[in-house]
Structure formats: structure tokens, C-alpha cells
Design a protein around this ligand. Structure first.
Ligand SMILES: C[C@](O)(CO)[C@H](O)COP(=O)(O)OP(=O)(O)OC[C@H]1O[C@@H](n2ccc(N)nc2=O)[C@H](O)[C@@H]1O
Ligand SMILES: Nc1ncnc2c1ncn2[C@@H]1O[C@H](COP(=O)(O)OP(=O)(O)OP(=O)(O)O)[C@@H](O)[C@H]1O
Length: 272
């Protein structure tokens, strides 16, 4: 049996553009894994089975797709130990799927090459290929074209999942973006993101990145008032993240915001 962490992600920037022919939007997004994660374990089994997640999980679809691409039967049992809140904008399912893909691929008699595995991941979802890569990445196209980023990692992250938040589907959040004609100025914001990334040297420079085009939250303002140097919604939401230079201020902010939701204090994920 093999086991690996499946870290959550936050979007330090999410610039969204026009709808593409494939039904997804052009994006430029900065993806950063954080040290809050699920745990995925995989073992050989007579048939494909996934336990630990109620309902249909994209982990099953990912493993079935890998088996098809590799020309083998999907003889794996995947166990998921959830810690990432579901449908929170933290990429939990995508991370579980990518972690299961990597574990299963390593068990194949002839593992797929990196690019072939990334192609399987991209079929499963826009965020899945990111979790096969180390470190922060710039995602472009539909989010699956990735370029590694050398960004500061010396900060603390407070995550807040507002009580009673009901997540609209990611598709609906993108649809609302279209309805409000959100793509205006996309080229300028994408250029501003590229320039800000090139100039980022210290953690607080991350505050200069364009924000999240899809969603906003008053909780971001609350985090800034409690000392965050950057705060925004993650992905399609509803989770909000705040970046802090000092752990004690992050801990204090998380304690205070427990009145409005579940909170976590974490940091950028460090590859083992
Ligand atoms: C919001 C983000 O999480 C930011 O990282 C991603 O853009 C969405 O990633 P995801 O949840 O893995 O999304 P997918 O499962 O690939 O797609 C779900 C739905 O979101 C919309 N979608 C997704 C990605 C994208 N670049 N444009 C879109 O319009 C599409 O309607 C798609 O059918
Ligand atoms: N292993 C899994 N973990 C979490 N959600 C899963 C899993 N498998 C399938 N799902 C489903 O996928 C959908 C998205 O869940 P997930 O937790 O990945 O959302 P998210 O964190 O909002 O993702 P994103 O940030 O990409 O929008 C939910 O409806 C959930 O039921």
C-alpha cells in the first residue's frame, strides 16, 4: 500500500478572460499549495474501488482514465482521508485525484511518461495537473498549461470557510462572471499579473498581484483589518485566504474569525 498527502491550494491571483471553444474560460492564475491536506492511499485490489468519500468521486474517474490510457485493468483500492473542506474552493477533489494518479502510475508495470500523466489529469479537471507539479505554478489556457514560479514562501496563511456558505457550482460561478461581462480588461489584468510576478521579491509583494475575478468576499476585508497583507477568495470560493508575515497575528486573526466560520492556520506546502 502506498500513501501520500493531497494538499489543498489557494489562488493567489485568478484573472479570467473569454470563453473558449471548449466551454472553459481563458485564465491566468497563480496556484499555491498549502499545508492543509487530505491523505490518499492506494493498494492493489481485484477491482477499482474508492472509499472515504461519500458519493461519486473524481478519484474513481481519474483512476479509470489512467487504466484506459495505460491499457490495463484498474485493479486498485483508493482510500481517501478527508481534511480539506469539500466544495470550498481549495481544490480538494482535484488534489485527491492527482495524488491517486501519481500513486497508481508508480505501481504500473510501465508507468506513463510525465506528459501523458498530465494529459490524463487535464481530462479530469482544470486544477488536477497542477497537483502533479511541485511548488507554485502559473496556470494559463483553461488553467492546465503550467509554468513553475519562484515565489516567496515565507508567510502564514489563514483560511476561513464562512458558516452556512453554500457553494454554487464552479460552472455557475463562471457563468455569473459572463453575465456581468467580467472579462472586460482581461488583457490588461493578465499583463499586470505577469509584471507583478516578475517584480515579486518579498512575501508582501504578493499583495500587488491582481485579485480574484470570479468572486469577492467581505471576509477578505476583515482579514486585512486583522493584519493580513493580502486576502481574497480562493478559486470559485467560498473559502477566503489571508496572508500574514507573523504567525502570532495569523493565529489571533483565526481565533477572532471563528465567530463567522471554520478557520485554519497553515503555510505554503513544502515538498518532502
Ligand atoms: C476555479 C478554479 O478552481 C481556479 O483554480 C478553476 O478554474 C476551476 O477548476 P475545476 O474546479 O477543476 O474546474 P473543472 O472541473 O475543470 O470545470 C468545472 C466547470 O468550471 C468552468 N470552468 C473551469 C475552468 C475554466 N478555466 N473555465 C471554466 O469556465 C466550466 O464550466 C467547467 O465545466
Ligand atoms: N475526493 C473528493 N474530495 C472533494 N470533493 C470531491 C471529491 N470527489 C468529488 N468531489 C466533488 O467535486 C466537487 C468539487 O469538490 P472540491 O472539494 O474539489 O471543490 P473545490 O475545492 O471548490 O474545487 P475548486 O477550487 O477547483 O472549485 C464537489 O461537488 C465534490 O462533491
Amino acid at each position: 500500500m502506498r500513501r501520500a498527502p493531497a494538499p489543498a491550494k489557494i489562488n493567489l491571483s485568478l484573472v479570467v478572460g473569454p470563453l473558449r471553444d471548449d466551454g472553459k474560460h481563458e485564465v491566468a492564475t497563480v496556484l499555491q499549495r498549502v499545508d492543509l491536506g487530505d491523505c490518499v492511499s492506494l493498494s492493489a485490489a481485484p477491482v477499482l474501488d474508492v472509499v472515504g468519500f461519500d458519493g461519486d468521486t473524481i478519484v474513481r474517474a481519474a483512476l479509470a482514465a489512467l487504466a484506459r490510457r495505460a491499457g490495463v485493468e484498474p485493479r486498485w483500492l483508493a482510500r481517501i482521508a478527508k481534511a480539506i473542506p469539500v466544495a470550498a474552493g481549495l481544490g480538494g477533489g482535484s488534489s485527491d485525484a492527482a495524488t491517486a494518479l501519481r500513486l497508481a502510475n508508480d505501481m504500473l508495470p510501465e508507468p506513463l511518461a510525465v506528459d501523458d500523466l498530465a494529459a490524463v489529469a487535464a481530462e479530469i479537471g482544470a486544477d488536477v495537473p497542477f497537483f502533479l507539479r511541485p511548488g507554485p505554478q502559473l496556470g494559463t489556457a483553461d488553467g492546465t498549461v503550467l509554468a513553475p514560479l519562484d515565489l516567496p514562501q515565507d508567510y502564514w496563511v489563514v483560511l476561513v470557510l464562512p458558516d452556512g456558505a453554500v457553494k454554487a457550482s464552479t460552472a455557475d460561478v463562471y457563468r455569473r462572471f459572463d453575465e456581468r461581462d467580467g472579462m472586460r480588461g482581461f488583457e490588461e489584468r493578465r499583463a499586470a499579473l505577469v509584471d507583478a510576478l516578475a517584480a515579486a521579491r518579498r512575501a508582501r509583494d504578493l499583495a500587488t498581484l491582481p485579485g480574484n475575478d470570479l468572486a469577492s468576499s467581505p471576509l477578505a476585508g476583515a482579514l486585512l483589518e486583522h493584519g493580513a497583507f493580502r486576502a481574497d477568495v480562493s478559486g470559485a470560493g467560498p473559502s477566503v485566504y489571508g496572508l500574514f508575515l507573523e504567525q502570532r497575528r495569523a493565529e489571533a486573526a483565526a481565533r477572532t474569525l471563528r465567530t463567522v466560520g471554520r478557520t485554519w492556520v497553515t503555510a505554503p506546502f513544502r515538498d518532502g
